[in-house]
Design a protein around this ligand. Structure first.
Ligand code: NAD
Length: 467
């Protein structure tokens, strides 16, 4: 994709969908545009004493709901167009899964591998400082989260910087994806991948779609190729594998692994962690050019790296019948059009990777309520279920095994509640997408945009446009 085209692609998807709706053009233009974009540069003193100028962005696409919400990306691809496009996707994503946030995104243009831990901390703190100074961050304003190239550590630095500048009871809610000891949520780290799994499970349960693709229903036995074994790709692959799918291919920077028998992704992840590379893994076949893996025979392809991976250049060689967009924008508009021309099912990013923002919403709610999920009710539930079991035992005159009782009576931990909330969100939203798809006789991406635009437009109409 030429450098500044991601936002154009998002807007083309928007236009295709809005043509189905009776919403006035001016309002559609308002929904489409980014409310505000902040580009900041600041100097970094490198460990060797030299000075480098760092570029960062934060974009708020919509504030029809507060706060705005979106991840923070550290990558060399980061520029204003990319951040605006990703912020827009956040608006539509939150809307699709009914999360009451506006859309935002931030990023710093760095290759994190080139920086020491100390340098990354200085970059993160300074970037955060700049956002706070311009009121681009706060629990009720705009709440960053991890994205490509960032994780719990960066979120902890952001929180600490925020706390050092703002004296507020709710400061923990200024950022999500934090370590659990800093107000983070049990299950947030795997939430996006878990959501991808729930979404694919739902997609594979629709018999008419599977018949159309010549596949059986269910995940069991499906051959899956994953691009990017990072936070999203790894957890998605692990959950899919647990459910009986075979991860037959993994593409990473520097190469890929293909194994028809299925790859043990936990082992592979461990190998990458230990050696710093996918090379040298003892199982499967090493593929030198990782992008070749995208074109190999499989049932489900899960691009979980960056945008624009399937374009007019390679789309006609992609053999996967189902493409699950775990990454944001992995298919260009042209790529989508080519694949759509043959029997295929493309599960769009604004639905499929929404598990991340869903869990972030739970984390933010937890931070503002200052209590972990399950703390009040867990023992109560456990005790009442135990009493119920005792009553049943008395009635039937037989005893359950001790282990059995513990298993049935067990009250939910925070992670169980988060998982249940995620499953509910992803399952309900998929049903909604299928309904919109049938109602408008369109594809899932257009259906997702229709659903998102309708809700955002309604919100603007009800709130009125500020004079
Ligand atoms: P990450 O940094 O944890 O992992 C990305 C992985 O992709 C890395 O291991 C990297 O080496 C690999 N990669 C990069 N380019 C590649 C290529 N060309 N071929 C193969 N592998 C490549 O990032 P992440 O958080 O997993 O995010 C991945 C995607 O998911 C991004 O598009 C992001 O915006 C999207 N997403 C992330 C979240 C989240 O909660 N982290 C939520 C929603 C969407």
């Amino acid at each position: 994709m030429p450098k500044y085209e991601f936002f154009r692609t998002v807007n083309e998807n928007f236009d295709r969908a809005s043509a189905f709706l009776d919403v006035e053009k001016g309002l559609l233009d308002q929904i489409k545009s980014c409310s505000s974009t902040y580009h900041v540069t600041f100097p970094l003193r490198r460990d060797d004493g030299s000075v480098e100028v760092i570029h960062g962005w934060r974009s708020v696409h919509s504030s029809h709901k507060s706060p705005a919400k979106g991840g923070t990306r550290y990558a060399m691809t980061v520029n204003e167009d990319e951040i605006n496009a990703l912020a827009a996707l956040m608006t539509y994503k939150c809307s699709v899964v009914s999360i009451p946030f506006g859309g935002a995104k931030g990023g710093v243009r760095i290759d994190r591998e080139r920086y020491s831990r100390g340098e990354l901390e200085r970059i993160t703190r300074r970037y955060t400082f700049e956002l706070i100074k311009k009121n681009f961050m706060g629990p009720g304003v705009d709440v960053p989260a991890p994205d490509y190239g960032t994780g719990e550590q960066e979120m902890a630095w952001m929180l600490d910087t925020y706390r050092s500048m703002v004296d507020s009871l709710d400061s923990e809610g200024c950022v999500t994806g934090k370590p659990t000891h800093q107000g983070g949520l049990a299950g947030r780290a795997e939430a996006t991948g878990r959501g991808v799994f729930f979404g694919l499970r739902e997609a594979c349960s629709v018999k008419e779609d599977m018949d159309m693709l010549g596949l059986s229903t269910g995940l069991d036995g499906k051959r899956v190729i994953v691009q990017g074994l990072g936070k999203v790709g790894y957890h998605a692959a692990s959950f899919l594998r647990e459910s009986g799918a075979f991860i037959t291919g993994v593409a990473e920077l520097g190469g890929g692994i293909y194994d028809e028998k299925g790859i043990d992704v936990a082992l592979l992840k461990e190998h990458i962690k230990e050696t710093g590379s996918i090379r040298g893994f003892t199982f499967g076949k090493f593929i030198d050019r990782a992008d070749e893996l995208l074109e190999m025979e499989c049932d489900i392809l899960v691009p979980a790296a960056l945008e624009n991976q399937i374009t007019e250049k390679n789309a006609h060689r992609i053999k996967a019948k189902i493409i699950g967009e775990a990454a944001n924008g992995p298919l260009s508009g042209e790529g989508h059009a080519i694949i759509k021309n043959r029997p295929s099912l493309i599960i769009p990013d604004i639905y499929l990777n929404a598990g991340g923002v869903t869990a972030s919403y739970f984390e933010w709610v937890k931070n503002l309520s200052h209590i972990r999920f399950g703390r009040m009710g867990r023992r109560y539930e456990e005790n009442s279920t135990s009493r119920l079991i005792a009553a049943i035992e008395e009635r039937i005159g037989a005893k359950f095994e001790t282990g059995e009782i513990e298993d049935i009576a067990k009250g939910p931990q925070e992670k169980d509640i988060v998982d249940s909330g995620l499953e509910e969100t992803m399952t309900t939203a998929y049903q909604l997408l299928c309904d919109e798809r049938s109602r408008y006789n369109t594809d899932l991406r257009t259906a997702a945009y229709i659903s998102a635009i309708r809700k955002v437009a309604l919100s603007y109409e009800q709130l009125g446009i500020f004079p």
